[in-house]
Design a binder for this molecule. Structure first.
Ligand code: FES
Ligand code: FES
Length: 161
């Protein structure tokens, strides 16, 4: 076991982890931040997407020890300070960007990373950026629409499902 310390959603946290403890396990099981989901454990589905030092990362592909000293944001850290939904979360709700919701935390974190890098993405750019996030329910159209809307663009011409 070794001690790790990091900042998660603005709070300093620490814990004892094994060398093979995944970051997603540390977040979910030690910190009880269960908004970060595990869909595959093999870096394919994107349900575990978080931000590490401001960049999106799949928490199932990192050991907790690798995140020692890092600044982590999970979906629990995405709401506004008053607890209301962030612009991206609200857009997912408004444009029906989710059905079962399993993929949604990862989608929200990926969308936030995209809009930070590219505040006004085209539809094609949104679809390309979502390549690492799988959704079994929605067919993606409403997710794309939600992200475009969150960027402040007119989405009235984008087909809904
Ligand atoms: S659980 Fe990490 S990519 Fe699927
Ligand atoms: S909403 Fe069900 S997996 Fe995306």
């Amino acid at each position: 076991m070794s001690k790790v310390s990091m900042t998660v959603n603005g709070k300093a946290v620490s814990g004892d982890v094994k060398g093979n403890t995944l970051l997603v396990e540390f977040l979910r099981e030690d910190l009880r931040l269960t908004g970060t989901h595990v869909g595959c454990d093999t870096s394919q589905c994107g349900a575990c997407t978080i931000h590490v030092n401001g960049k999106s990362a799949k928490a199932c592909t990192m050991f907790a020890a690798e995140a020692d000293g890092a600044d982590i944001t999970t979906v629990e850290g995405m709401a506004n300070a008053d607890g209301s939904l962030s612009v991206i979360q609200q857009a997912f709700q408004d444009h029906h960007g989710l059905q079962c919701g399993f993929c949604t935390p990862g989608m929200v974190m990926t969308a936030a990373a995209l809009l930070k890098e590219n505040p006004k993405p085209t539809e094609a750019e949104v679809r390309h950026y979502l390549e690492g996030n799988i959704c079994r329910c929605t067919g993606y159209h409403n997710i794309v629409k939600a992200i475009m809307a969150a960027s402040g663009q007119d989405v009235s011409a984008i087909a809904a499902e």
